[in-house]
Design a protein around this ligand. Structure first.
Ligand SMILES: NC(=O)c1ccc[n+]([C@@H]2O[C@H](COP(=O)([O-])OP(=O)(O)OC[C@H]3O[C@@H](n4cnc5c(N)ncnc54)[C@H](OP(=O)(O)O)[C@@H]3O)[C@@H](O)[C@H]2O)c1
Length: 256
């Protein structure tokens, strides 16, 4: 093809400066990918690049995905690199009683966790499809049951899961789509959300388990993945617990 063909090796990882994102970057590099790394903070990006084996192979973009101009800048950079893979990983939640979290905070959660992934996938699909590439959407088991005191986060992840699963079926045979739905993992997520650290969370699993499971699902051709036995047990409990009871239990567990 003339012009600027899709680069079959270039993958964009959003939120690459955080817990899961860092591991996606490291493991995709091990698989031979060149990366377009996204984050917001130059110092954290420099630290990530210093950790990688072939930093000169990678490019970096700083952009706030809660900001329309940030999403547009990331789309521009990704189009220049004609990415073949997209890991929609950046995300955060804000814990607290609904009225105590500022309206802009709720809106930002929806922008970063739901709107930006949809916009990125739509904009980058031509090069991803040309390369018969992939999309990994990092959703959450928080998208399975409504979560009092994390209401907007759970709503954003429920939306992301539904969208990702529908996309997976629409694009079957052309683009591999993974919908990743982890439970709790020790990353920066809890501190950013404002939730106090809870030691001894039985369902917590290492971030490595989560990211490896996503890449294994990619190798199988895509799919919805709940990683590791602890998260799968949590998913089973969600499935057998009637929603009214789950809501009461979660309200008590997450009450500020
Ligand atoms: N850890 C868990 O228990 C858990 C469970 C299920 C799902 N998840 C999901 O996993 C994904 C990754 O989170 P993590 O657990 O690895 O948390 P993390 O360590 O806090 O990393 C989050 C990443 O997202 C980026 N990000 C946050 N807000 C952003 C914004 N407005 N614009 C651009 N980038 C932004 C962060 O950038 P900065 O470095 O600049 O902050 C960071 O790179 C998220 O989608 C999260 O919802 C996490």
């Amino acid at each position: 093809m003339v012009g600027n063909p899709a680069n079959p090796n270039r993958a964009l990882v959003t939120g690459a400066t955080g817990g899961f994102g860092r591991l996606f970057a490291r493991m995709l590099e091990e698989r031979g990918h060149r990366l377009l790394l996204h984050g917001r903070d130059q110092a954290r990006m420099d630290a990530l690049l210093a950790e990688l084996a072939r930093p000169a192979d990678h490019a970096a973009v700083l952009a706030d995905l809660a900001d329309e101009a940030g999403v547009a800048a990331l789309i521009r950079a990704s189009r220049e690199h004609r990415v073949a893979g997209l890991v929609n990983n950046a995300g955060f939640g804000l814990w607290g009683r609904f009225p105590d979290v500022p309206a802009e905070g709720h809106a930002d959660v929806l922008r970063v966790d739901l709107l930006a992934p949809v916009q990125l996938a739509h904009a980058l699909l031509p090069s991803i499809r040309e390369a018969r590439g992939f999309i990994i959407n990092v959703s959450s088991l928080a998208g399975v049951t409504p979560l009092p005191h994390l209401s907007t986060y759970a709503a954003a992840k429920a939306g992301l899961t539904f969208w990702s699963e529908a996309l997976r079926v629409e694009l079957a045979g052309a683009v591999r789509v993974v919908t990743l739905a982890p439970g709790p993992s020790p990353t920066g997520f809890r501190a950013v959300s404002g939730m106090p650290e809870r030691t001894g969370d039985f369902f917590r699993q290492p971030a490595e388990t989560v990211v490896r499971a996503a890449l294994a699902a990619l190798d199988r051709g895509g799919g919805m993945v709940v990683p590791g036995w602890r998260h799968r047990l949590l998913r089973l409990l969600q499935a057998v617990t009637p929603t009214p009871l789950a809501l009461r239990l979660m309200e008590r567990a997450l009450r500020p």
